[in-house]
Design a protein around this ligand. Structure first.
Ligand code: CDP
Length: 642
């Protein structure tokens, strides 16, 4: 009943004009003459819910039950409490009979759902995240180029581990030639990506990973040195993987050396400190490379013994084994925060998480995978990534500063609730549908907990519930190897009119320009709705203009210190506080999260170096920094800084 009331209220809130501009440009289905087949958010909610619910034919022949499930999915999406990742929004029901998708749910018969399930095709690819393996041979490399092109074409992002490739200058058997090395091959992938528009709707995205001890690691660290955001490996994020961050940090502190090796052979030695400095210099300059700590991920990944993880998807939130894929979905906690307390046990939140988990599990079944190997891996381990968005706005509502102990306590508790309920849901689903096929080969039967948790007293209650879950009967059952990921939600947070992922708001008001299909720049003015709400009658046209001008409240006269403290924005949060927020959240995620440690323009290389050192010592699975103004193509800039 409570959930019903909440959904009724939220279903009546229409997406904003900005959200509709994006929907019209990228999300509404069109026919082959580019005529719109959809023009309302309701159309998308219906199409997506129906398509995904049709996976239920695998588990029941009770059409009444499938209709009910479709209706719940529909209401969660329509109310924008939950949004799946963009490929699910783009590709559900695509190229299928419109007749079935425009029927009233009460008129749906079992054969309709069966029709959708049986007629899915390559256009119905629903996942955002992929990792494909690299092989150290010409054929292997170009096979990977082809495979990744197919994934990107349908809207997925791809990551690769380039450490597999032999170093530059190594001999090539049979030709007497020398290898041109991993970086030159990265350029081939970059050119391939540059020719692909994902799902016909957006720019392709890739992640290149290299181990810290690969002989070409310095070339890799410098690979985007001359990046102007437009030309140098611009379809890549790059990250250096330090498998054992504790050991690496010790080497840095002792000023020790490490060996650069490939194929068991040592090529060179380098001081760990020098490597970290070089990484810091480049990241200071252009944001790349970031760091990944995939050994830490493997420690908490239930299948690491059989299929260790060596790369992540493009934005880093989803570490995956070779041929792994993951479909994501995000709950907007800002829409829930005023109705109940998500930081404590709560039946409504539990129910929402259950349906979202079931939705994402259904996506695994209805998904059409771009490669046979990906299908096998995805079905064997059943990765799903349920996360949150709207954290910053939720903190505004709760009047908790992002950079305070209370703020971090909130973040850790919300993530713990998400993790606990989604794992309980995954176990419940397994009782009904069976364990993920590799369950017996995983660490779960040994009562293993897939994230580290925080030691703070205030987490005691959640920690106890979590420990009990992973030790109890429930652990005979697990439907999904991983359940939680926090995505950037770069597009879907705009559709939901909420703050993105777990990031603080970059600005409280701004004008963002979107380039439409015809190449026109469309202004999308934005002002934070929680702030508008709080200022209420105190908001004047002059004040609004000043907030748009300055982006934050910091330098505005007549605003109380308390309000300035609560409505804090990204650039006014210290880098350390960004890292501590990431740590609070990461401590309860079995996969990872997308987070940028934003730094002011005037930080030094040493500041970056210190932040990297801090990251090495916490629970983080990686770190990405960005210094304000370091790239010309930055998406958002505050007017004041121009
Ligand atoms: O909000 P939306 O669902 O569109 O995506 P996101 O949360 O910003 O990004 C989630 C994931 O989608 C990324 O980590 C990439 O794997 C993939 N992605 C992509 O392939 N290409 C893009 N242009 C954006 C995202």
């Amino acid at each position: 009943k409570e959930l019903n009331d909440l959904l009724i209220r939220l279903e009546n809130v229409k997406p904003s004009q900005n959200a509709y501009t994006i929907l019209k440009d990228r999300y509404f289905l069109k026919d082959e003459n580019r005529e719109y087949l959809e023009n309302d958010w309701d159309d998308i909610a219906k199409r997506v819910a129906r398509h995904v619910a049709s996976a239920e034919v695998l588990y029941t022949d009770d059409v009444e039950k499938i209709r009910e499930i479709e209706n719940i999915y529909y209401r969660l999406v329509l109310s924008r409490v939950f949004l799946p990742n963009s490929p699910t929004l783009f590709n559900s029901g695509k190229t299928m009979s419109r007749k079935i998708f425009t029927k009233e749910v009460k008129d749906m018969i079992y054969e309709d759902y069966k029709y959708i399930y049986d007629n899915k095709g390559k256009h119905n690819m629903l996942s955002a995240c992929f990792v494909i393996p690299m092989e150290d041979s010409m054929e292997g490399i170009f096979n990977a180029v082809k495979n990744s092109a197919m994934i990107m074409k349908y809207g997925g992002g791809v990551g690769y581990d380039f450490s597999v490739l032999r170093p530059q200058g190594s001999s090539i058997a049979g030709t007497g030639g020398k290898s041109s090395g991993p970086i030159s091959f990265m350029n081939v992938f970059n050119v391939s990506a540059s020719t692909i528009e994902q799902g016909g709707a957006r720019r392709a995205a890739q992640m290149a990973v290299m181990r810290y001890d690969h002989p070409n690691v310095l070339n890799f660290i410098h690979a985007k040195k001359n990046n102007d955001g437009k030309s140098v490996l611009n379809y890549f994020n790059i990250s250096v993987n330090i498998d054992n961050p504790e050991e690496f940090l010790e080497l840095v502190n002792e000023d020790g050396e490490l060996s650069l090796i490939h194929g068991g052979k040592e090529f060179d030695k380098i001081k760990a400190k020098e490597m970290l400095k070089t990484i810091s210099e480049n990241a200071w300059k252009s944001g790349d490379p970031g760091l990944l700590f995939l050994g830490r991920h493997n420690k908490y990944y239930a299948m690491s013994e059989k299929t260790p993880v060596r790369a992540t998807n493009p934005c880093g939130e989803e570490p995956l084994p070779p041929y792994g894929s993951c479909n994501l979905g995000s709950i907007d906690i800002a829409k829930l925060i005023n109705d109940f307390d998500i930081t404590r046990e709560n039946e409504v939140f539990k129910e929402i998480v259950y349906w979202c988990t079931r939705f994402l599990d259904d996506v695994i079944d209805i998904n059409v995978y771009p490669l046979k190997e990906i299908e096998e891996m995805s079905r064997a381990q059943r990765f799903i990534g349920l996360g949150i968005m709207g954290l910053a706005d939720a903190l505004y509502y709760k009047e908790l500063p992002y950079d305070s102990n209370e703020g971090r306590e909130f973040m850790a508790k919300v993530t713990a609730a998400l993790a606990y309920y989604s794992h309980v849901s995954s176990s419940d689903l397994a009782k009904e549908r069976g364990n993920f096929p590799e369950f017996e080969n995983s660490k779960y039967p040994k009562a293993f907990i897939p994230f580290p948790m925080l030691k703070e007293d205030y987490m005691k209650q959640w920690n106890e519930k979590i420990i009990e879950h992973f030790n109890s009967e429930a652990i005979k059952y697990k439907r999904n190897v991983q359940t939680n990921t926090i995505a950037p939600t770069g597009s879907i947070s705009n559709l939901a009119d909420t703050s993105s992922g777990i990031e603080p708001n970059f600005m409280l008001a701004y004008i963002r320009y979107m380039t439409d299909k015809e190449g026109n720049k469309v202004p999308l003015p934005y002002i934070n709705k929680v702030l508008l709400n709080k200022l209420n009658s105190h908001m004047t046209d002059d004040l609004e203009a000043e907030i748009i001008e300055k982006g934050s409240l910091k330098n505005i006269n007549g605003i109380s210190e308390e309000l300035k403290r609560i409505f804090i924005t990204s650039m006014d949060i210290s880098p350390l506080d960004h890292v501590l927020a990431q740590n609070a959240i990461q401590s309860y995620l079995d996969a990872s999260c997308s987070k940028t440690i934003n730094m002011p323009n005037d930080v030094s290389v040493d500041d970056v170096y210190d932040i990297y050192k801090k990251a090495l010592s916490l629970n983080l699975k990686g770190i990405t920094i960005y210094r304000d103004g370091s790239l010309q193509t930055q998406v958002l800039t505050s007017n004041e800084k121009k």
